[in-house]
Every structure is written in structure tokens, then in C-alpha cells.
Design a protein around this ligand. Structure first.
Ligand code: F6P
Length: 357
């Protein structure tokens, strides 16, 4: 009997179920006697022995279903070694559950923080296989994470909808796209939605440059402008502050997010009417797009094949159209950010998109 534990960890995204289905179908199809144990709400289920024994039928009909049939929760990596309210060591508790259930391996569908924990568990002797989840596409070791393309579609659709109303009223519109640390989602949705200005965490903006770009459009007779702003966009001025100074400044901010601050600055500097739209968690919701369904199915199958070959300590990732194993130790703790010098940024700039730099 092959006993496989499975969990979904961190912020959810559209293609988690499709990925679990890919793993499960491949394992069941191998002809081996397989039992899959699903942990409820991510690492929490593994810590506190909360699980359910899955049946093949649980993985049927979920290819197109958003969210996760197992539930998820955020269990920050930095708190893993901090004892819980009852003084229990979370890592030791997870190891105990793994041993008690006589698992042969653990499959972790998660983003950056979750894969750091999966690497820690791997170092602690557990057999772990990781799968790259997140709408942020910021996991090192894979060209693409599942969930990203579905979120790009939703954020693009939001920009498309804003386009028509912005054009009718001749206003400046800011659409705030998810992504605190990296700007992949904003960059792709911004380009796909025809944004005039795109502001990313990786390219600190100068508000004067943003205003200049808006004025240029006005002079060209354009009646409206669209700005795609990442949640984590940062001004040049703020990017030069120390972490401590920035934290202090953030405490005194009057705006709910960076987009509102930029909006107020633009209104004051140009006299133009500005509106802000925040699609928020809509970007993580709904069904996975076709691209994600294919990617998830392939990643799921590849993860199951690693398990069948007893190759542990890897995350599966997409590299140049192929699915490949990447050591968890190489993935853990690294962020895949947008390179300001990359060709996609250069191409976007060459057609006149302003990045505020
Ligand atoms: O990591 C995915 C993500 O959606 C980020 O883009 C976003 O900043 C964050 O999660 C939101 O987190 P939460 O769902 O905990 O509010």
C-alpha cells in the first residue's frame, strides 16, 4: 500500500483542485494500491491530525472547480519553530502525524512560504513533493505557477471593463492588481488590458514621470488613461527608506492602499478626475482557465510519477515547455521577480507604456 498525504497551503488560487486531480488520477491509474490522505486547511491539518481519507470519487468532477476541496490556511514559515498556544512544537507535531499515519510521502501544493516549509520538512526526513501554486507567479524554479494565467484573465477583464467607462467619462482610472512583492500579474494584465501606465514593486515610480505620461496623452487628444498598479508598487522616495523608516511612514498613511495615494496625487497635480478600482480577491476566484487546467494536469501527473519512482525532495516546475523536477532546497527562500531589464519590460516600453521610472 502506497500512502500519500496531500495538502493545499497558503492563499488559494483557481487550479488547486485540477492539480490534486492530476496527482490522484495518475496514482490511481498506476495499478498500485494507493491511499490518499487529505489534510484539512493545509499544514494546520498536518499539525493537528485533521484529515480525511480520500476516495477516487473525491477527485472526480473537480477539474473546473475553483478553490480547494481540502481547504487552506496561512501558516507562516517564520512561525514554524515558534511553539503554538499550547506550547507544542509545530514541526514535531507534523512529523508525528506523518509517522502515525504511516505515510510514504507528503504532497504540498503551495507558494513561496509553503515550499520553504516543505523544504524544512524534507530536511527533517519526510518524503516531500511540491507543486507550484500562486496567482503571483513568483516561485523560483518554474516558468509558470498554476493559478497565474487564470488570475491574469480576471485582472485583464477588470481592466477591459474599466476601459469603456473611462473612455465615456474621460477620466483617469487606476486598477489595483494583486501582488505585494512582485508585479507579474500586474505586468501581464496591464499589457493584455492595454494599460497606459504600469507600476510594479520591482520598478519604483516617480510620480512626476507618471503625471508627465498622463499629460502627454492629454496633449495627444486622448480623453482617458488607464493605470495598472500592483498592490506592492512603491515610490522612488519610499524605496530609498530603510525597512524601519518605511514601516513608520506606513503607520501614518491615510490611504487604504497605494492606488488611492497615487490617485490623490494625480488629482492634485493635474486637476483630472481619478477613480480607483480594486478587484481584490476576485482575482483568485472562479474556475481555472484552460491554460491552468493543462498546466495543473501535467504538473500533477509529473508529481505522481516522482512519487512512484520514490524521488523525493523535489518540486515539479515548468521549464521551456517541459515539466521538470527542481530540488526543494533550490526553490526555498528564493523569489522570482520581474527583472526591470527583461525583454518584456523593454518591449512594453518601446510601444510607449510608462513604468514611472
Ligand atoms: O499570494 C497570493 C495573494 O493573492 C497576493 O497576491 C495577495 O497580496 C495576497 O495573497 C492576499 O492575501 P490574503 O488572501 O491573505 O488577503
Amino acid at each position: 500500500m502506497l500512502r500519500v498525504g496531500m495538502l493545499t497551503s497558503g492563499g488559494d488560487c483557481q487550479s488547486l483542485n485540477a492539480t490534486m486531480r492530476g496527482v490522484a488520477k495518475t496514482l490511481y491509474n498506476s495499478g498500485k494500491d494507493v491511499e490518499i490522505i487529505g489534510f484539512i486547511e493545509g499544514y494546520k491539518g498536518l499539525m493537528y491530525n485533521n484529515y480525511k481519507v480520500m476516495k477516487p470519487g473525491d477527485f472526480s468532477g473537480i477539474l473546473t472547480e475553483g478553490g480547494t476541496i481540502l481547504g487552506t490556511s496561512r501558516q507562516p514559515f517564520k512561525l514554524m519553530r515558534v511553539p503554538d498556544a499550547e506550547g507544542r512544537d509545530k514541526v514535531e507535531e507534523m512529523k508525528k502525524t506523518y509517522a502515525r499515519l504511516k505515510l510514504d510521502c507528503l504532497v504540498v501544493l503551495g507558494g513561496n512560504g509553503s515550499q520553504k516549509t516543505s523544504n524544512l520538512l524534507s530536511e527533517e526526513g519526510l518524503n516531500v513533493v511540491g507543486l507550484p501554486k500562486t496567482i503571483d507567479n513568483d516561485l523560483w524554479g518554474t516558468d509558470m505557477t498554476f493559478g497565474f494565467q487564470s488570475a491574469v484573465n480576471i485582472a485583464t477583464n477588470a481592466i477591459d471593463c474599466i476601459h469603456t467607462t473611462a473612455a465615456s467619462h474621460g477620466r483617469v482610472f487606476i486598477v489595483e492588481v494583486m501582488g505585494h512583492k512582485v508585479g507579474w500579474l500586474t505586468l501581464h494584465a496591464g499589457i493584455a488590458g492595454g494599460a497606459d501606465i504600469i507600476l510594479l514593486p520591482e520598478i519604483p515610480y516617480d510620480i512626476e514621470k507618471v503625471v508627465k505620461a498622463l499629460e502627454k496623452r492629454n496633449k495627444e487628444g486622448k480623453r482617458f488613461s488607464i493605470i495598472a498598479v500592483a498592490e506592492g508598487a512603491i515610490s522612488k522616495e519610499d524605496s530609498e527608506l530603510t525597512k524601519k523608516e518605511l514601516k513608520k511612514k506606513n503607520l501614518n498613511r491615510v490611504y487604504p492602499s497605494v492606488s488611492y495615494e497615487i490617485g490623490a496625487q494625480i488629482q492634485e497635480m493635474t486637476g483630472q478626475e481619478v477613480r480607483v478600482t480594486v478587484p481584490g480577491h476576485m482575482q483568485r476566484g472562479g474556475e481555472p482557465c484552460a491554460y491552468d487546467r493543462v498546466l495543473s494536469t501535467r504538473l500533477g501527473a509529473a508529481a505522481a510519477n516522482l512519487i512512484l519512482k520514490k524521488q523525493f525532495g523535489y518540486m515539479v516546475g515548468l521549464r521551456d515547455q517541459d515539466i521538470v523536477p527542481v530540488p526543494l532546497s533550490e526553490v526555498a527562500g528564493k523569489l522570482k521577480s520581474v527583472d526591470p531589464e527583461s525583454s518584456i519590460i523593454k518591449e512594453a516600453k518601446s510601444l510607449g507604456i510608462c513604468f514611472g521610472d
